[in-house]
Design a protein around this ligand. Structure first.
Ligand SMILES: [Zn+2]
Length: 235
């Protein structure tokens, strides 16, 4: 993949113009007025970018669609302004996912979580790579969609500072008999160490109901509510 990054600060009487160019995934698009849309594009080096896509709702050809991968050019008068996108889709990663309701739910949940919890213009390259991997897996009907989605949520939580460690017991260090997970530390606890606290621990194996509780905690910490698309996900 060739990535073109171009910072351009051109001094003018009315202030600096900021321009960014990259490749990314269109993860959110909502109506702004009758013609335009407010979009969020996730890129590898600039993170999540928000801005206006002109005529996004009325274009006859090449209408932008959530789940597309493409080249994005974003510019704004000031760094703090919303900015405007030029979007040039090169492929639609969502096309093979749309046929399958459950796989589509996973894609929508991932996009909803990114939109809700990932701060804008902060780079999360691992999360970007994991998201591409998730979309590729969801688009291949031979893969285990639940497995890949759970892997993605673990990566998502790790990037947000809620890393789950399922490799060893946080009490004694043993690597077998790991039957609990601590809601407080996100670390595994073996059956012996966890026995006295079993009512307060999550029971392994890890599932989406457990990662959902950590996501809920992340939402509470940020003062936002869990996106409806994630609420629909259960094991
Ligand atoms: Zn232990």
């Amino acid at each position: 993949m060739i990535i073109v990054v171009n910072f351009c600060y051109s001094g003018r009487y009315n202030g600096a113009e900021m321009k960014l160019e990259s490749d990314g995934i269109l993860i959110d698009l909502r109506p702004f007025n009758e013609r335009d849309g407010i979009a969020r594009v996730m890129t590898r080096e600039h993170g999540l970018m928000g801005g206006v896509m002109r005529a996004a709702q009325v274009m006859k050809k090449n209408r932008p669609l959530v789940g597309q991968f493409g080249a994005v050019a974003w510019n704004a008068r000031l760094d703090t302004q919303l900015g405007t996108f030029h979007w040039d889709a090169t492929r639609n990663l969502a096309a093979p996912i749309l046929m399958n309701a459950r796989r589509l739910m996973f894609m929508n949940a991932a996009f909803g979580l990114i939109t809700t919890l990932v701060p804008e213009r902060e780079s999360f390259p691992h999360l970007f790579d994991e998201t591409i991997e998730l979309l590729t897996a969801l688009g291949d009907e031979t893969t285990n969609a639940s497995f890949f989605y759970l892997q993605w949520e673990m990566a998502f939580l790790r990037e947000l500072g809620y890393a789950l460690d399922l490799t060893a017991c946080s009490g004694c260090g043993r690597r077998d008999n790991l039957v609990y997970l601590s809601p407080r530390t996100g670390r595994a606890v073996c059956g012996v160490c966890g026995e006295p606290y079993r009512d307060r621990l999550y029971r392994l194996p890890l599932c989406m109901d457990i990662t959902g509780r950590f996501i809920d905690a992340a939402c509470t910490a940020q003062g936002v509510s869990m996106p409806p698309s994630r609420r629909m996900i259960h094991d």
